[in-house]
Design a protein around this ligand. Structure first.
Ligand code: ADP
Length: 307
């Protein structure tokens, strides 16, 4: 039997009890309780539990710290390889530009040489010029995305009249549209000046209008709208009555090298980088680009920018 006399100790005492009924002639006449003071054992176990929990937390922290360090170490070669690859893409595209312009200049020379009269040779020279043109476009598009990956792309902001840039793009695209009997229409503001990168805005307009003409069938309509829905806001719309884009493909058209119909796009001189570049340009200006489209009906690209 445990007898605890000290009042303070009695309050914290832990006693293990057992009860045994005493029987006489089949009747319970008493119950014997036997108890054992297990306070020391209980306190010991309690302390051990706290210590083990503390140790477990410490072990977790140490394991997480070591894991973090090792993961960082393991990623270093990966990051380096990725950086090297990005740099390679940028350097390769840059270095390819000079030989390509030399080939182009040589092909131009041959094209203008009066001593070459054979129609076959003229055709060959024409084909070489076409291929070099496509390659030059691909190389400069690749250089653009490589620069954007290297964060080397900066917007050179100046006061630009976006409406005038749209007019210029329409003038540039008119011969291509005429070939397909497509009407090119300009709507919206006559003049809309904002701080933008002029060259990149022209590139964006050209990508969107070129696509609209490319993916619109004979006799269709392409409308370019330069709008100012509110002060400090610019909305550029390029709408066509072309082949349209399916719901599934809408999510992918801004991906690099994505083309709904690869053969058709290549045939028309596309490389699948146009919309990826368009998106980079818009993002660089802190804007947004969205697409609304219905298969067989047409497509509308909407660019929103700060004015
Ligand atoms: P591409 O050089 O092939 O035109 P883009 O990146 O400019 O590459 O466009 C990606 C794909 O999105 C195109 O291959 C085409 O399938 C689709 N697309 C782009 N613009 C239009 C449009 N106006 N109408 C229909 N499809 C379009």
């Amino acid at each position: 039997m445990a007898v605890v006399t000290d009042r303070e100790r009695r309050r914290h005492a832990r006693v293990m009890m057992t009860a045994q009924p005493m029987m006489a002639d089949g009747e319970q006449i008493a119950t014997v309780y036997v108890g054992k003071d297990v306070t020391a054992m209980y306190n010991g176990l309690e302390k051990a539990t706290y210590s083990l929990t503390g140790l477990a937390v410490l072990a977790l922290i140490v394991a997480a710290a070591i894991g973090h360090m090792l993961a960082g170490e393991a990623i270093v070669p990966l990051v380096e390889a990725y950086e090297k690859q990005r740099q390679f893409a940028a350097d390769a595209s840059h270095e390819l530009r000079t030989p390509l312009s030399v080939v182009m200049a040589s092909a131009d020379l041959l094209d203008n040489d009066p001593s070459i009269t054979s129609p076959f040779l003229k055709q060959v020279i024409g084909d070489v010029r076409d291929e070099v043109k496509k390659m030059t476009k691909l190389v400069s598009d690749l250089l653009f995305v490589a620069r954007s990956d290297n964060q080397a792309l900066k917007a050179k902001l100046s006061k630009v009249d976006l409406a005038a840039a749209a007019d210029q793009t329409i003038r540039l695209m008119q011969p291509l549209a005429d070939k397909k009997n497509i009407s090119l229409i300009r709507e919206g503001e006559e003049s809309l000046t904002a701080k933008l990168d002029e060259q990149k805005m022209k590139q964006l307009l050209l990508i969107l209008v070129d696509n609209a003409v490319k993916y619109t069938t004979e006799g269709g309509k392409v409308t370019v709208r330069v709008l100012s829905p509110a002060a400090g806001k610019i909305r550029l719309e390029v709408e066509d009555t072309g082949i349209g884009i399916s719901e599934e493909d809408k999510a992918k058209i801004f991906d690099r090298f994505f083309r709904v119909d690869k053969a058709r796009s290549r045939e028309m001189g596309g490389n699948g980088l146009g919309l990826a570049i368009a998106q980079e340009i818009v993002t660089l200006h802190g804007g947004n680009i969205n697409v609304e489209s219905e298969l067989g009906k047409g497509t509308k690209f909407i660019v929103t920018l700060k004015g």
